[in-house]
Design a protein around this ligand. Structure first.
Ligand SMILES: [Zn+2]
Length: 300
């Protein structure tokens, strides 16, 4: 696949932060980080509003029964508890736009080498389940749509969120043309795993040096094939101060992680998505996400 690197054109990213969701007081989902991130970066890049993907596109991956329950507000109490977010119309609109942002970033990546969504990375959503703050699987839906259009066939997913990418593994783990790598805390959610092509379980308190060494080794395995497109889930939750992560990475360590992944993926059109980040002060998560964007801009 031909790829041109474009040094002189403005860099566009996508955000769906205007679609906020009603949450009960004290809810732990860090909804403010998306707007804080857009505000942080909007003088350096062009921030476009993500379009909502169609239900037909979502149905390329997700089971129709699940989509019907989501669309009509019929998710059970149990499903909503597993999702961790209360159902609302804006939740659904937001979810569709989150996928739309990854889709647009992927189209940009195919044209210019790299694209970034200031959202997405909803890797706990599977074919027939929505859970762990993840309504739809943006990466799997984007890949399915691009395949249907004949734009790509093979893909590699490099998932560096601190949580294992179980939904992505369910959808793509058996796919002969997709390689799924997940590097995560061994003691983190989800506690029942669905195997990726390569899962790297890291002990609590791993720290920068061991993490980077494990990542480098895992990338050797993941990148032994050739791919039409790569997806990088640049989760901010391996950070030492994160409420949910246990891996004790520093901010410079996370920056080194981004550099390592993006350098190794050079030559493959690469889609960068945010995934998780649960710092008590959302500005810390935004620091990490903005540094990922800096790395994208430096290496494009
Ligand atoms: Zn996570």
């Amino acid at each position: 696949m031909a790829m041109t690197r474009s040094l002189n054109i403005a860099f566009e990213v996508w955000s769906h932060d205007r679609w906020s969701i009603p949450l009960p007081d004290g809810h732990k989902f860090p909804i403010s980080k998306y707007t804080l991130l857009r505000e942080r970066v909007q003088d350096r890049v062009i921030v476009r509003e993500s379009d909502a993907v169609s239900w037909e596109t979502l149905a390329l991956v997700h089971e129709q029964d699940l989509l019907d329950r989501i669309r009509t507000g019929q998710m059970s109490i149990r499903e909503q508890r597993g999702l961790g977010l209360p159902w609302s119309e804006t939740l659904v609109e937001r979810g569709r736009r989150s996928v739309g942002g990854t889709m647009a970033a992927a189209r940009r990546a195919l044209e210019h080498g790299v694209g970034m969504n200031l959202g997405g990375g909803t890797h706990h959503a599977g074919r027939d389940f929505a859970r762990g703050y993840c309504l739809f699987n943006d990466v799997a839906v984007t890949l399915a749509r691009l395949r249907e259009e004949g734009a790509v066939r093979s893909a590699v997913v490099v998932d560096c969120d601190v949580h294992q990418g179980d939904g992505t593994a369910q959808i793509l783990g058996q796919d002969p043309d997709a390689f799924t790598l997940s590097l995560h805390g061994a003691r983190n959610y989800p506690f029942q795993r669905i195997p990726s092509d390569l899962d790297v379980d890291l002990p609590s308190g791993t720290g920068d040096d061991d993490y980077l060494a494990e990542l480098d080794r895992a990338l050797d395995v993941a990148l032994s094939g050739a791919y039409d497109i790569a997806f990088y889930l640049a989760g901010a939750d391996p950070w030492e101060g994160d409420r949910l992560g246990r891996l004790s990475l520093t901010k410079p360590g996370l920056r080194a992680r981004d550099e390592l992944v993006l350098t190794r993926l050079r030559g493959i059109p690469t889609v960068v998505v945010l995934a998780g980040g649960y710092a008590p002060d959302p500005n810390d998560t935004v620091d990490i996400n903005a540094a990922t964007l800096d790395c994208v801009l430096a290496l494009r």
